[in-house]
Design a protein around this ligand. Structure first.
Ligand code: SAH
Length: 382
């Protein structure tokens, strides 16, 4: 498959995606095919997985020729597992395979204690041969009690893949208890957002616990990831989320750990405004909102949202208090996020120190040539 000069220079700069508009010729290439990619002059650039539907038409899987794709898949799975052995500590829940960043574009695998959950994001990864190899290799390597496939119907629609239901593909078990940094959580593989918990925040939970004290507020708390870590240190913890079902699990998680946390079902923007106006004060505040900027176009509105939240949180922070604030939007750069925080602090004439500048946990590696793999920003300020 031939690429335009823009497509080839993107690959030469280390990225692994090529957009459809940068492909010179793709007629007759079947959906999900493994293709050899060349520049305009016919020079070989790598082996890629092709999607006939996505705007990202090509995802490089190797800079070399590949004649045993299933063997390569097994090897990559083994490498991903070995890497986690080096970087994952104090938990039995972590991301085992992170798509491009593990050289397996279109595949996500998470582990929750004895359960594995996987998600396929592209036509190529959905092929029966790849799925069966994946399931057998994960089974051999990690010996899980069960493996669950999680389906995002929107992803399948965009990839023009036939609808499929989430469900067990190996074993019988679909819920378990996992632990992170000594805190325990319920996991139900067949309900919940994303693939279950927010594993990318695991190391930030531990950091939050190190800095936390006094009265704490966890805003956008979901199932209590931060709140339950804060509860190890703080005299009182409140968690806020708009999702009742998330708070129900959060409450069961608190009971599992023998902790008291106040769970508040509310729109965070309204609650912060009311609490700030009422003069409430906290020693520790966590802000971990959902991705506000889903595209470049919505960046400006997103930045206003981030600023409003951070401004209100800072107003409620006692002198010497700690704010841990996150953004998981790839489109918001770390520099943009820092600038927004500077403006919020400036509006309040409150000098702030950066105690820590953090990102996603190491089981979500960053591929240098693919900036999209570095998405989580986390600042701890005081
Ligand atoms: N901090 C959590 C993850 C947060 S994900 C953890 O570490 O596990 C974002 C959460 O924001 C979701 O639980 C979602 O229900 C909630 N949410 C989205 N919009 C909201 C709003 N306007 N007010 C309150 N919660 C909201």
């Amino acid at each position: 498959m031939k690429l335009s000069s823009r497509g080839s220079s993107r690959l030469k700069s280390g990225h692994v995606w090529v957009y459809r508009s940068d492909i010179v010729f793709s007629d007759g290439v079947p959906p999900g095919a493994v293709v050899e990619v060349a520049d305009e002059r016919g020079k070989f650039l790598g082996t890629a997985l092709y999607s006939s539907a996505s705007q990202i038409a090509i995802r490089i899987i190797s800079p070399n020729k590949v004649d045993d794709l299933l063997g390569l898949l097994r090897k990559r799975i083994q490498n991903s597992i070995a890497y986690r052995g080096l970087v994952v500590r104090e938990t039995d829940a972590y991301r085992v395979i992170f798509s491009e960043a593990d050289f397996l574009p279109g595949l996500i695998v998470d582990r929750y204690n004895d359960l594995l959950s996987f998600q396929v994001l592209t036509q190529a990864m959905d092929s029966e041969a790849l799925r069966q190899t994946l399931i057998s290799e994960l089974g051999d390597q990690l010996k899980p009690a069960a493996i669950v496939e999680r389906v995002d119907p929107r992803v399948r629609e965009l990839e023009q893949l036939p609808a499929r239901a989430s469900g067990l593909v190996h074993g019988e078990k679909s819920n378990t208890v996992f632990s992170m940094n000594g805190v325990r959580f319920h996991f139900d593989a067949l309900v919940g957002q994303k693939t279950g918990a927010f594993l990318d925040q695991r190391e930030n939970y531990a950091a939050a616990q190190r800095h936390a004290r006094g009265e704490a507020l966890d805003v956008f708390c979901y199932q209590g990831g931060f709140a339950l870590h804060l509860a190890q240190q703080c005299s009182k913890v409140s968690g806020v989320d708009s999702s009742r079902s998330a708070l129900e699990v959060a409450d069961r998680n608190a009971a599992l750990n023998g902790r008291e946390v106040e769970w508040i079902e509310a729109n965070a923007f309204d609650l912060l405004r009311d609490y700030a106006d009422a003069g409430r004060q906290y020693d520790t505040i966590v802000l971990d909102p959902p991705a506000f900027a889903r595209s470049k176009r919505t960046l400006e509105t997103a930045m206003r949202g981030y600023k409003e939240l951070n401004l209100r949180a800072l107003k409620m922070l006692r002198p010497g208090g700690v704010l841990l604030t996150c953004s998981c939007s790839y489109h918001v750069s770390e520099a943009d996020f820092a600038q927004m925080l500077r403006e919020a602090a400036g509006d309040l004439r409150r000098p702030l120190r950066v105690l820590e500048r953090r990102g996603q946990s190491q089981d979500h590696p960053v591929l240098l040539g693919v900036p999209e793999t570095a998405y989580l920003k986390c600042f701890i300020l005081s």
